[in-house]
Design a protein around this ligand. Structure first.
Ligand code: PLP
Length: 452
């Protein structure tokens, strides 16, 4: 029986990433408040937020300082924009801070409101800049199968998941998808991680050659793939991919929307994974998601190309009403201040071994084929048969079942790809990590009973 509130929800809210056919009878989990790593539903039941919302609420709930930063900015200047030569202090200070933290030599920051907008901006910049540089044929962008880069037209095209393309008439013709760097699923029998990485780099090289290097402009990658299944690339992957990109003059775009701001114990996942990006997309933990804000960090050569186009055209014709929204920017600045003051990155590094040990222990469970992760992010891959790595028939709804059972146990996790993802707020304690994995373990035991 769904509650009155659930019925009103199903009748009026068009839910992202939900089965619109089954939602009305199942009812949404309706949350009311949060405190630290816990959220509470409308009946007052607590849950460990094992996904930090959508991989984004790094500081957890109840940070009064962020509320104050927003309130103070709202009192002073609740809105101002960056169009037509206007600016404001929070955007300037945040751009300066992002320049300082960036994993490459950065020139400027273009602000957006979401990860999708940031990656759409990346695509538009690649096209615009290559026109500016007099190479209008260099426009293709290579992403990867199982990548997640968002849902707007260009970023959904970059995303390498079928549900984001089917019946949306995507991807755009300029986008290609290279192989997915998931060793457990895609390595040949006996192929080491290093050999697998060598093969993926050779396949990328062949793909660029086949397309014509003069037509390929950029390669986009999450340091660790998130929504595609929390896929940690095989050892030496970026080390081998990058020379291929350099050889063909293909720029590297790092999508740091999940990994950015501490998730792997570094400011950026690029640093943790040895990536040397040309540009970077940021969002989510930038403001701990207390307000929406995102950005694209660009280097000098792109800034110079954009500036020279402005000299010719008269303007840079791109921007969102809420680019660098002052309240969101003030909250982001305060978030970064808290990350530094409380040494959140150090905390992530200290707590990671415990998190990863508890995660990897789930690999022994009969339903789990692989437990993988890095830093404070991980996933378990659900299999019907461990030896053959055979998956459950999707009709069984095993992922959804586990998520439901975890919810009954007081834990929010997410079914992604063929697995269950875990990505708690970065402030999680050792005891809370234990509670999280105890609950997930019980949900898996109950799912195993249910399946037999
Ligand atoms: N890039 C990555 C790596 C993401 O994980 C996401 C969202 O989960 C996006 C981009 C899109 O961000 P948004 O949902 O804010 O548009």
């Amino acid at each position: 029986m769904v509650s009155n509130l659930q019925a009103r929800d199903a009748a009026t809210v068009l839910h992202p990433y939900s089965n619109l056919a089954t939602l009305p009878s199942q009812g949404s989990l309706i949350l009311e408040r949060g405190e630290g790593v816990f959220v509470y539903d409308v009946d007052g039941k607590p849950y460990i937020e094992g996904m930090a919302g959508l991989w984004c609420n790094g500081l957890g709930h109840g940070r009064e300082e962020l509320v104050e930063a927003a309130a103070e900015q709202m009192r002073r200047l609740p809105f101002a924009h960056l169009f037509t030569g206007k600016s404001h202090d929070p955007a300037i200070a945040l751009a300066e801070k992002l320049k300082e933290l960036a994993p490459m030599k950065a020139a400027k920051v273009f602000f957006c409101n979401s990860g999708s907008e940031a990656n759409d901006t990346q695509v538009k910049l690649v096209w615009y800049v290559n026109n500016a540089l007099g190479r209008p044929q260099k426009k293709k962008i290579i992403s990867r199968i199982k990548a997640y880069h968002g849902v707007t037209v260009a970023s959904a095209s970059l995303t390498g998941l079928p549900n984001n393309h089917i019946d949306f008439d995507l991807p755009l013709p300029q986008v290609r998808h290279a192989g997915c760097p998931h060793h457990y699923r895609f390595a040949a029998p006996g192929e080491t991680e290093e050999d697998f990485a060598t093969r993926l780099a050779a396949e990328l090289d062949a793909l660029i050659e086949a397309e014509g290097p003069e037509t390929v402009a950029a390669f986009i990658a999450e340091p660790i793939m998130g929504a595609g299944g929390v896929i940690v690339p095989p050892a030496t992957y970026f080390e081998k991919i990058q020379p291929v990109l350099e050889k063909h003059d293909v720029m590297l775009i790092a999508d740091e929307v999940i990994c950015g701001f501490g998730r792997l114990g570094e400011w950026f996942g690029s640093t943790a994974l040895g990536m040397k990006p040309d540009t970077v997309s940021v969002a989510k933990q930038l403001s701990s998601s207390y307000l929406p804000i995102a950005g694209v960090i660009i280097p000098d050569w792109i800034d110079e190309a954009l500036t020279s186009q402005s000299a010719k055209i008269g303007t840079f014709g791109h921007g969102y009403t809420y680019s660098g929204h002052p309240v969101a920017a003030a909250v982001a600045l305060k978030t970064l201040e808290i990350y530094e003051r409380e040494d959140i990155l150090g905390h992530v590094r200290r707590i990671t071994p415990h998190f990863q040990a508890r995660l990897k222990a789930l690999g022994e469970h009969p339903l789990i084929g692989e437990a993988r992760g890095m830093g404070l992010i991980g996933a378990v891959e659900i299999v019907a048969d461990k030896a053959s790595k055979r998956l459950f028939d999707p009709k069984t709804g095993m992922g959804t079942k586990i998520v439901g059972l975890a919810q009954e146990e007081g834990l929010i996790v997410r079914a992604i790809g063929d697995g269950i993802a875990v990505c708690p707020p970065m402030v999680i304690t050792e005891a809370e990590i234990d509670a999280l994995f105890d609950r997930l373990g019980r949900a898996l035991d109950r799912a195993e009973e249910w399946a037999t």
